[in-house]
Write a protein that binds this ligand. Structure first.
Ligand SMILES: Cc1cc2nc3c(=O)[nH]c(=O)nc-3n(C[C@H](O)[C@H](O)[C@H](O)COP(=O)(O)OP(=O)(O)OC[C@H]3O[C@@H](n4cnc5c(N)ncnc54)[C@H](O)[C@@H]3O)c2cc1C
Ligand SMILES: NC(=O)c1ccc[n+]([C@@H]2O[C@H](COP(=O)([O-])OP(=O)(O)OC[C@H]3O[C@@H](n4cnc5c(N)ncnc54)[C@H](O)[C@@H]3O)[C@@H](O)[C@H]2O)c1
Length: 454
């Protein structure tokens, strides 16, 4: 064991949130050590957002080409996964090499340590043989891993998580997807568009169960149109695997689905075990780290990103890292405010959402008014024709005359939500929004249409 090294801050985990925090604190002149046992950048660039959105983009190109008949002539589409796999290797992940990210961090002045960090006491961290004493404190940004449900027979089989599904250089003939949340649905549509026979098994009654029921309906409609088989309202009871052959998943209704590969996409679990949280009075068996609005989990401990449970999204990790950095540097500024949390499920159509769903608003006792239009009833949706599935839904607090939530599903659903995120965040009065001019014929002009239905 070497001498204890005195520093200002140790950042544990250098995914999106940790890299942002470590880089910013180092650039501000603090003595910062960042510890990462896998790849700097974390899940998003290597196995999450970026490579999956490259798949989605490729699948959308195929789908758009298939829409040419009836719109613009004839098309023959021959899907080929090779360019997608190549792009993921060459452009997204550098073949899962983080040299660029490590350089980006150390260029800002942070010290980088490749290893597993363990907290050994207040302000104390061990990584390998080195012990660190952090005068200002620790930032915990250890993220999440795929949650593997305790299904009989599953452990020990070569099931996939998002990592193997991103790394696949060739596609299986068939894929069972356990879980119909954002991960399951995005992979299912992208794979199906390249000819894979996909079956989603979703335990709850609908896919995208966290979103508006209308979002689930649109998702189910387009997934089915892409050839995905949906089995909702049933759980996997037992999994078996025959080497070299296939997976068989027995469902709670007695039926069985088979597939060459099995992707487990049943949620995420925060990486908090074995971190030494008990040495600083925190519960290592907690699902997430609870923080105050400055991202403080305890005295001298900040937590940011997926580990806080405030929304497992890259933009949330960046948002929380910014708050923690400002707090550590004593810069003040606004604390965490989750009212206008945006999210986009990158299906075709994209399903953007912000703030509360209708049910969440009703459960919160809000005097709810709902406005809704199908996208096909808007001018741009009508012009768009094939591929115009979607809708805009807004949730208003009638008492305060402001929006508290919205969903925008459509070809540019992820872009449309931006305007409504501003409205929810800034509590723009509905009267102001109703007097706004919306450019014609954009998709976002549909927001003007939907406001009139409130
Ligand atoms: C398939 C998929 C698609 C996604 N798509 C999107 C999307 O389109 N948009 C979006 O906003 N979000 C998306 N996400 C979510 C996004 O990837 C995460 O919210 C984001 O990566 C969280 O960042 P983080 O820094 O909290 O954690 P992570 O990115 O998980 O980083 C945590 C890091 O900590 C390291 N670590 C853990 N424990 C230790 C330890 N003890 N010592 C040292 N290092 C440690 C890990 O190796 C990891 O690199 C997606 C996720 C998945 C899985
Ligand atoms: N576009 C994006 O921003 C994006 C994309 C992917 C992931 N993410 C993030 O990653 C998080 C995790 O995604 P996810 O899809 O894994 O989780 P999720 O929690 O959104 O969905 C998991 C689904 O699996 C179902 N499920 C759980 N156990 C089951 C079982 N035994 N059998 C059948 N179904 C079961 C649940 O009912 C749920 O609907 C998301 O919540 C999101 O924050 C974001």
């Amino acid at each position: 064991m070497g001498d204890v090294r005195n520093v200002d801050v140790v950042v544990i985990g250098l995914g999106v949130g940790g890299e942002e925090a470590a880089g910013r604190l180092a650039a501000a002149g603090l003595d910062v050590v960042g510890v990462e046992h896998n790849l700097v950048g974390g899940e998003c660039p290597y196995w999450g957002c970026i490579p999956t959105k490259m798949m989605v983009r490729a699948g959308a190109a195929l789908a758009e080409a298939r829409r040419i008949p009836g719109l613009a002539g004839a098309s023959t589409v021959q899907p080929d996964w090779a360019p997608v796999a190549r792009r993921i290797r060459d452009e997204a992940t550098d073949d899962w090499n983080d040299k660029v990210a490590v350089d980006r961090l150390t260029d800002k002045g942070a010290d980088f340590v490749r290893g597993t960090a363990t907290i050994t006491g207040p302000g104390r961290v061990r990584a390998g043989d080195q012990e660190y004493a952090a005068a200002r404190g620790l930032v915990i940004a250890t993220g999440t891993a795929a949650f593997i449900p305790p299904i009989d027979g599953l452990a020990g089989t070569p099931y996939w998580t998002n990592r193997e599904a991103v790394e696949a250089a060739t596609l299986p003939a068939s894929l069972i997807v356990l879980g119909g949340g954002a991960i399951g649905c995005e992979f299912a549509q992208a794979y199906a568009r390249f000819g894979v026979q996909v079956t989603i098994v979703e335990g709850s009654g609908r896919v995208l169960a966290m979103e508006e029921p209308e979002s689930s309906s649109v998702a189910a409609q387009v997934l089915t149109a892409d050839g995905v088989t949906l089995r909702t309202g049933v759980h996997a009871a037992r999994v078996s695997y025959t080497p070299g052959a296939a997976f068989a998943v027995e469902l709670t209704d007695g039926s069985t689905v088979t597939g060459e590969k099995l992707l487990v996409a049943t949620g995420r679990t925060a990486r908090l075990r074995d971190l030494g949280l008990e040495t600083v009075g925190l519960d290592p068996s907690a699902r997430f780290l609870t923080t105050d609005d400055r991202m403080r989990a305890a005295d001298g401990i900040w937590a940011v990103g997926d580990v806080t449970g405030n929304g497992a999204f890259t933009h949330m990790a960046m948002y929380e890292a910014d708050i923690a950095v400002r707090d550590i540097l004593g810069q003040g500024g606004p604390g965490a405010d989750y009212r206008a949390r945006p999210r986009v499920t990158f299906l075709d159509p994209e399903i953007g959402a912000v703030g509360l769903t209708e049910q969440q608003a009703r459960d919160a006792g809000i005097d709810v008014r709902v406005g809704q239009v199908p996208l096909s009833a808007t001018s741009r949706g009508f012009v768009h024709g094939p591929g115009n599935e979607g809708f805009i839904k807004v949730i208003a607090d009638a008492g305060r005359g402001v929006l508290v939530g919205a969903t925008t599903a459509g070809p540019s659903g992820g872009e449309m939500i931006g305007a409504l995120a501003v409205a929810v965040h800034a509590e723009v009065p509905l009267t102001t929004m109703l007097s706004q001019i919306w450019a014609y014929p954009t998709f976002h002009r549909g927001i003007g249409d939907v406001l009139k239905t409130l």
